[in-house]
Design a protein around this ligand. Structure first.
Ligand SMILES: Cc1cc2nc3c(=O)[nH]c(=O)nc-3n(C[C@H](O)[C@H](O)[C@H](O)COP(=O)(O)O)c2cc1C
Length: 326
């Protein structure tokens, strides 16, 4: 496994120090989340997806979602949409904001997004994905990537075809989530499709995604698919340190014990950052959710979890975290 960490992962001209990437997560990978994640230095991390139209209109909420700090580099922005005339200007804005990578979302399963042919709706038209990517590549000088599900449903698996199309269009990497749109999040991700994608790829990097919740799962993903890198998604929620766990496992080192104090510190950091970045109400709502992520695997946490979900003030939440013990 040593060789995996010895070799950097190149995404176009961008050299990642490690082949472990943190996913775009709408409603989750916001500024506070990324700040905590940045302490553990993933190879690359992403902001939440933004839609092309509001981005081009410089909608204030959309622009706020794209705020980042230098510690978060390398950092990617992801755009979602299907309109050919919007994709180049949208990608250019991401570049002008200083992002290191721009990604096209071809995986979002939400009806609101797919009904106009965006997100995973694009999987029904692989050629359009190629056209969108070509326009992005022509518009920017940062690497262009694409994130897909393997197909719309089991009867229409298009992942390998999209790998070839994306490669021809000049994309530098493809993130392959081993589920179909129809599956949503039900059932396991099928990593066989990721292995097939890797076999098809000549120059484009294939990054495996789906069900990496532990260091062992990341090792299994590399071994079973031969992928160039791993994209960790829900596994980052409440485990901002998972990249460190994966790195250690790749080097054959014993896992670090994550004790209650580390968990409390991460929660308190998240709280302070949410307070700085959001309104008081926003931070409160954020922390109700974040407490549940961090505590889902902890014994004795039921009481704090249920208290967290009804907390009405920030001092209350801070006291609850400070007084928490296993
Ligand atoms: C709450 C949530 C938000 C997500 N938001 C995005 C997003 O903005 N862009 C995207 O490409 N994928 C998004 N995804 C999909 C994930 O990036 C990932 O592909 C999926 O969760 C599968 O990986 P996992 O099984 O390791 O979680 C989201 C997933 C979840 C659960």
């Amino acid at each position: 496994m040593d060789s995996l960490l010895d070799s950097n992962l190149n995404i176009g001209k961008l050299v990642l120090a490690k082949p472990i990437i943190y996913s775009p997560l709408a409603g989750c990978s916001d500024y506070p989340f990324r700040k905590i994640a940045s302490y553990y230095r993933p190879g690359l991390m992403f902001c939440e997806m933004v839609k092309m139209e509001p981005l081009i209109l410089r909608n204030p909420g959309t622009m706020k979602m794209l705020e980042y700090s230098e510690q978060m580099r390398p950092i990617g922005g992801q755009i979602c949409g299907s309109k050919l005339d919007l994709v180049a200007p949208a990608a250019k804005i991401i570049e002008d904001l200083g992002f290191d990578v721009v990604d096209l979302n071809c995986g979002c399963p939400v009806d609101k997004v797919t009904k106009d042919g965006s997100g995973s709706g694009l999987l029904k038209h692989p050629d359009q994905i190629g056209e969108l990517l070509m326009r992005m590549v022509a518009a920017v000088s940062i690497p262009v990537t694409v994130k897909i599900r393997v197909g719309w449903d089991e009867k229409s698996i298009v992942a390998s075809e999209v790998v070839k199309i994306a490669e021809q269009a000049g994309a530098s990497a493809i993130f392959v989530h081993g589920r179909t749109r129809q599956q949503a999040y039900k059932g396991p991700a099928n990593w066989d499709h990721i292995r097939e994608c890797k076999k098809q790829a000549k120059t484009i990097k294939v990054i495996g995604n789906g069900d990496v919740f532990s260091a062992q799962a990341a090792l299994d993903m590399f071994a079973k698919t031969n992928c160039d890198g791993v994209l960790v998604s829900r596994g980052t929620m409440g485990q901002p340190w998972i990249v460190e766990d994966i790195e250690r496992a790749m080097q054959g080192l014993a896992p670090l014990e994550r004790d209650t104090e580390e968990l409390k510190k991460a929660l308190l950091d998240h709280l302070e950052c949410s307070i700085q970045f959001k309104s008081e109400r926003g931070a409160l709502i954020d922390m109700r959710k974040v407490c549940c992520w961090y505590l889902k695997n902890s014994f004795g946490a039921r009481q704090l979890r249920s208290a967290a979900s009804t907390m009405e003030s920030l001092p209350e939440i801070r006291t609850l975290i400070e007084n928490y013990h296993d």
